[in-house]
Ligand binder design. Sequence first.
Ligand code: UDP
Ligand code: GLC
Length: 408
Amino acid sequence: MPPRILFVNHAAVIGGAELILLDIAQAFNTSGEVALFSNGPLRERLEEAGVRVHVLKAAPSLHRARRESKIPPLGAVGAALPLIGRLARMARSYDLLYANTQKAFVVASAAGLLARRPVLWHLHDILTPQHFSRNNIRLDVALGNRVARRILAVSQAAALALTEQGGNPDKIFTVHNGIDPQPFKTLSPHDVVRIRSAWVAPGQALLGCFSRLTHWKGQHVVIEAMTRLPEAHLLVAGTDLFGQTAYAEQLQDQVRRLKLGDRVHFLGHRSDVPDLMQAVDIIVHPPVAPEPFGRVVIESMLAGRPLVASREGGTLEVITDEVNGLLFTPGDVAELADKVASLLAHPHRMQTLGQKARSYATSHLSRETMIARVTQHINAVTGKPMASAPPVQNRAEGEPAVLLEGSK
Ligand code: UDP
Ligand code: GLC
């Protein structure tokens, strides 16, 4: 009997962690089900993928609790109690609770203790004070060390941040995200021309930025850089997924103030990112705080487009500067604009970087490899084998835990 898995995710929006969950839960849809703490588009996507979903509605105060809040809101603690009770009752029918977000991990840890079920935590975040309050970090580290059987970090950067905050390195394993390459090689040259014509005339440069709108993703940096790239246009795809409307408004104001309205195009959330990525000349990923992993980084690579990205976080584990992409100092508008301008002036270089990126992502960052590695960890935690999967690479003698699988 394969292990019965209950995947737990607090949000039901379509963010990067949720898209990873979608792929993993789909791979396990015969023995795995998903519990969400709210209703939303993720539920539909999971159900379309043949995954059974349980919506355990949480009181609004739990959703309002922010990762950066300094004091644990009493309302959120109160709201979590009935949820923990419900999840614990459900958990008794499963062999494993698989927590996919930080809030889900906190609730699943308590439920796992009550129901005596193991908890595995898929860590999609970099636990530093830049992203989370100290109290949140302390709680995560304590639960990670005491309750989680294993913690799968999406990058060495995420693993290292957790160990630096006191996380037990013996429990932490790096499993890089992986993406299905299929949707990224579909466009004919004719399609490319058609898509581009909505924004630019032939010969005009088109840049793209594809992330939810929140300050640390740094869209303001690339918008500022547009003042130094007078001929280029920029597509900004994404919305304020978790309700950070102030930043989205700030970006609109910035565009008005810099008189860039005719060259910066806000597209909102798009479901055709693979097509748009293949249609632009250059993709910019400009976070101003370390990116835990960044699916958009792999997606840009799979689209065969040159990526200019901030030099930090998980990006450094897959992009080698000047080889399969270009890196710039986070927040450095002038450096970003220079790198983009120099690439635009050298189309052959753009093509070489894009091809190297595509071949790296195809061979190292596939969805199948990610799922095989996750399977190995699930098997190890539950002691029940799932479908056959390649063996997890063993840690070399004396090598730190964070350099486990997924490392280059
Ligand atoms: N995305 C999307 N539509 C948009 C903007 C982004 O579908 O308009 C997708 C993007 O292609 C990627 C995901 O949202 O797969 C974002 O994941 P990532 O890991 O890059 O960032 P996160 O938002 O999870 O921090
Ligand atoms: C999170 C992180 C992002 C990562 C995604 C999927 O949302 O912010 O860097 O790629 O999860 O793991």
